[in-house]
Design a protein around this ligand. Structure first.
Ligand SMILES: *[C@@H]1O[C@H](CO)[C@@H](O)[C@H](O)[C@H]1NC(C)=O
Length: 301
């Protein structure tokens, strides 16, 4: 309710203000931006199976049950998963389980970003699971490995991202708003368009304010959105959803988006190639290899 109300107010407010001069392309302008959490629903997404995406996992917050579902997670190394950092903040390690290849894995530690971004819009969190006697065969996704060169996403604007889709556990729009622990979340995928324009045009009400020049995807491009193309009503927004290329390379993790009951808005994601990402990943691997149950990342500095 709050979020729906906010975005409505936000759009109406923006419609009435003059164009504010754009911030320099060398910085991400965050003064007028707010990054809300995804509500884990989809519209017209395709049902897929874990066999098709063996690196995908489900985070639940119960040591005994398979519910409640919290977020989607992705296996990137033996016993190491990533998700949206904002998903992990509210979880207790003792209650959290990663359901991966039908095995329920208890958590050893969470690694949260050492250098957080505003409202965690660009933050990936790591989950290291405990060792087990019979471990699953670790199926990992390959990571996008081109280097990110600045904070302002110019490197992102200069890249072309074609043939991408997003995959994650989602429920259906509408019923997702009724709070219920036993809501069914199915693994689904949606083909998406990715570029720097989507959020900077749509979330700023066609440039009436400055901001949101950050990585986003949507089911249609900004021009189609303005023309109300029917395909823009397709949607997939789940915390931790995997943004992958058709050849199976993980570009990023869905982290934020706004809910609006009348139409669908773009979804923001965090790209996996930052220095912070790699230093946190190293930290996760060190904790895994040391076997120390650190809770949060005690041994990484
Ligand atoms: C969604 O998941 C539930 C529970 O896992 C399952 O019973 C149902 O068949 C799934 N629906 C589809 C369309 O795959």
């Amino acid at each position: 309710m709050f979020q729906e109300f906010t975005i409505l107010l936000f759009l109406e407010y923006c419609a009435g203000v003059d164009v504010i001069s754009r911030a320099s392309k060398k910085e991400v302008y965050l003064d007028k931006t707010f990054f809300m959490s995804l509500e884990n629903y989809q519209v017209n997404a395709k049902y897929v199976t874990e066999a098709q995406y063996p690196w995908v996992a489900k985070i639940v917050h119960s040591s005994s049950e398979d519910i409640p579902y919290m977020c989607t997670a992705i296996c990137i190394d033996d016993r190491v998963f990533i998700t949206a950092a904002r998903c992990i903040y509210s979880l207790k390690i003792k209650h959290t389980r990663v359901i991966y290849q039908n095995v329920k894995l208890p958590v050893l530690t969470f690694v949260l970003p050492s250098i957080p971004s505003k409202q965690a819009f660009d933050d990936i969190g790591f989950i290291v699971v405990q060792p087990a006697n019979t471990e699953p065969v670790w199926k990992k996704v390959a990571l996008y490995n081109k280097k990110r060169t600045d904070d302002a996403f110019q490197w992102f604007a200069d890249s072309n991202f074609n043939n991408y889709k997003v995959i994650g556990y989602a429920t259906q729009k509408g019923i997702h708003r009724i709070k219920s622990a036993d809501r069914v979340f199915n693994l689904t995928e949606l083909t998406v368009i990715i570029n720097i324009e989507l959020c900077s045009k749509i979330m700023t009400f066609h440039d009436h304010i400055t901001g949101f020049r950050v990585p986003c995807y949507h089911s249609c491009n900004a021009d189609e959105f303005i023309k109300k193309d029917p395909k823009c009503s397709n949607y997939h927004g789940v915390e931790g959803g995997a943004v992958v290329s058709s050849d199976g390379i993980l570009l990023g993790i869905a982290t934020w988006g706004a809910y609006f009951h009348k139409y669908e808005l773009p979804v923001g994601f965090s790209v996996v190639n930052s220095n912070n990402f790699y230093s946190d990943f190293d930290c996760a691997k060190r904790i895994r290899d040391s076997g120390v149950n650190g809770g949060y990342q005690g041994i990484c500095g």
